[in-house]
Design a protein around this ligand. Structure first.
Ligand SMILES: *Cc1c(COP(=O)(O)O)cnc(C)c1O
Length: 361
């Protein structure tokens, strides 16, 4: 199957299930998992990932927008689905039709949703979000209380929970503790949650009914020290198109930003920034080939990238190249690539082109 592809991803559903168990083991018994599968399950493939998680006992899902929720419903997912972003008025009909839970951060959203629900004679499921310092979504405490009362009294709005979001759980513990302290105003009688992967892995205290792991499910920890518990789910591979000798002094790729300091053997690989390889990896970072690190030479181009294969004796056209995953004894994770590219693993995953074939194993 992979033999016919130039660039492809292999997604291990058993690694995904193992990460679900690992994250569950960090939480008190009975904590429900709201798996964050927004943005095509962080590029891993929304439907196969959500199905595997649901079969493995994952209780709820979180997505970015109504169309992702609709896709999950179309695939037969019946679990509660929370729309993590703010839902536009134009998305309300889809949310209502598919019983997607809408996040409310303001009285304006509450009123507009109530109007839409009344119009189609359906009841909207809602969770109310508290702003504890992220300042992206969520209401300040006074407006939060106002929304709570409004929803409690409205016959077309059905409150199923409240939550907040941590801004610095992987970088600033005292700020995070203050956020969790503020979250004590979330009513204990319903679902309440704030923990992302970083908070789960640190086992931050605070009573909550649900946790919301994203990155950890895909096998990458926000901190290096926890990574052994988790198994990377996605491998990203490609093939060598050409191998040739480059004389000393020649330059490589657009702009000639790399000049060969000696005679080199160079491979042209069938992956570029159009597939999701960050252009910022130009002259930085590496691919794995035959279990060896092969540095990227010159600029990453749209569909091709050049790498140094001088150390490999039997390398040839059509050989497998690993961008993410294991090759022999070596492994490159999205966290490794992100460090080289000056970004974060979340962006490495979500930049992967949706057109790349995903093979579920
Ligand atoms: C994306 C997201 C998460 C998951 O965060 P990770 O750091 O990937 O675990 C949790 N909650 C909300 C509201 C999110 O938007």
């Amino acid at each position: 199957m992979s033999a016919s592809h130039r660039v492809w991803c292999v997604v291990s559903l058993s690694a995904l299930r193992s990460n679900l168990r690992a994250l569950r083991s960090c939480c008190p018994r009975g904590t429900r998992i709201l798996a964050v599968v927004k943005d095509n399950a962080y590029g891993h493939g929304l439907i196969p990932v959500a199905r595997a998680l649901a079969q493995a006992g994952c209780e709820e899902f979180g997505v970015a927008c109504a169309s992702e929720g609709e896709e999950l419903r179309g695939a037969g997912i019946r679990n509660p689905i929370l729309l993590l972003g703010s839902t536009l008025n134009s998305e309300f009909p889809v949310a209502l039709q598919h019983r997607l839970t809408v996040t409310l951060s303001s009285m304006a959203e509450a009123r507009e949703l109530a109007r839409a629900a009344t119009q189609v004679r359906r009841t909207a499921l809602v969770q109310i979000k508290l702003n504890t310092g992220m300042n992206r979504l969520g209401a300040r405490p006074a407006e939060f209380q106002q929304i709570l009362s409004y929803v409690a009294l409205h016959p077309r709005l059905d409150m199923v929970g409240t939550f907040t979001h941590l801004a610095s759980a992987d970088s600033n513990l005292s700020f995070t503790r203050r956020q969790i302290d503020e979250a004590t105003v979330l009513p204990a009688s319903m679902a309440r949650h704030w923990a992302n992967s970083a908070a789960i892995l640190q086992r931050l205290p605070g009573s909550r009914t649900h946790v919301r792991p994203g990155l950890g499910l895909y096998g990458i920890s926000p901190f290096p020290r926890h990574s052994s518990k988790l198994r990377p789910v996605l491998s990203w591979k490609s093939r060598i198109l050409l191998v040739r000798d480059l004389p000393r002094g020649e330059t490589i790729s657009y702009g000639g930003t790399f000049r060969a300091p000696r005679k080199m053997k160079v491979a042209t690989v069938a992956t570029g920034y159009a597939h999701g390889l960050p252009r910022s990896l130009s002259n930085r970072g590496h691919a794995l080939i035959h279990g060896c690190r092969c540095p990227i030479l010159g600029r990453v181009t749209m569909d091709m990238t050049l790498v140094d294969v001088s150390q490999l004796s039997r390398v040839k056209r059509n050989d497998e190249v690993v961008w993410l995953g294991r090759s022999g004894k070596r492994m490159q994770t999205a966290a490794d690539m992100a460090r080289d590219a000056g970004t974060i693993p979340w962006e490495i995953f979500t930049r992967l082109s949706p057109n790349l074939p995903r093979i579920f194993a």
